[in-house]
Design a binder for this molecule. Structure first.
Ligand code: SAM
Length: 254
């Protein structure tokens, strides 16, 4: 149940500092009674270990990120890109947050040591508890995202449960709104029926076109999502098939 989820009223009101502390300064709350003059005395929020604060936006979303394997592999691959996992289960989200914290701490302790530093130091990944089927436009503004991942989403096998699937015509319009033109939706599943369903709905949607097979297979993100999510590893152990379909958001019609 998601009745206790908190989410911002609009993307502008989202405080990202808890999720990406190296990239964002804390937002002042509306009911903050601190005197205005105090704010002007504070140092400008422009530098933190050489990182410019409040200048970046989340660009990549892993929807239903589960235990975080994809996030952790994408982090050093795109060290300058902010990548957010969204997960509806409280304990799973907490587990991923612990993983990220541990990796950040390890990475900091490597600095100046003998071990090689991990690009980005895992400061560029974050996880948030949320229901991606309900609140995405509260977090992301129009055209904010360049990539969205749907890795091994829950299949909801029965026909009467299909409306619970995370790819549907209505939700695709929402995803098209937050994805920039040229942005990519990545899908992978071990359930052929769900693969056909996702590809069909994406194919039929006016704002998406399928990536040619060659381009798909050359994409480093496809390689990572085939091997590095926890669900994908389970499928590999059981020698199951993995079905991939990637779609590009087309230019908005004028
Ligand atoms: N992507 C991960 C992987 O490949 O290992 C996890 C796959 S798991 C089968 C599906 C995940 O989606 C679960 O962790 C589930 O809690 C999450 N999920 C289901 N519905 C969701 C929703 N509406 N919003 C966010 N997460 C959701």
């Amino acid at each position: 149940s998601d009745h206790r989820l908190s989410y911002p009223l609009s993307p502008a009101e989202m405080d990202w500092s808890d999720y990406f502390p190296a990239y964002f300064s804390k937002k002042r709350k509306l009911d903050d009674t601190t005197d205005d003059s105090v704010e002007s005395e504070q140092p400008p929020a422009d530098s933190n270990n050489g990182t410019t604060l409040d200048r970046k936006k989340v660009e990549v979303a892993d929807i239903g990120c589960g235990f975080g394997g994809l996030l952790i592999s994408l982090a050093p691959t795109f060290p300058d890109t902010l990548i957010l996992g969204m997960e509806i289960r409280t304990q799973v989200t907490a587990y991923v947050q612990d993983r990220i914290n541990a990796l950040r701490t390890q990475s900091l302790s490597r600095k100046g040591g003998d071990q090689e530093e991990v690009p980005g130091g895992y400061q560029n990944i974050g996880v948030i508890r949320g229901n991606a089927m309900k609140f995405l436009p509260n977090f992301f503004e129009k055209h904010q995202l360049s990539k969205m991942f749907f890795c091994f989403p829950d299949p909801h096998f029965k026909a009467r449960k299909h409306k619970a699937r995370i790819i549907s015509p209505t939700l695709l319009s929402e995803y098209a709104y937050i994805l920039r033109p040229g942005g990519i939706i990545y899908t992978i599943t071990d359930v052929e029926d769900l693969h056909l369903w996702m590809a069909k709905h994406l194919d039929e949607h006016p704002m998406f076109e399928r990536l040619p097979e060659e381009e798909q297979e050359e994409d480093v993100c496809v390689k990572i999502m085939r091997t590095d999510t926890e669900e994908g590893k389970k499928v590999a152990r059981n020698k199951g098939s993995k079905w991939v379909a990637c779609f590009r958001k087309i230019e908005d019609p004028i």
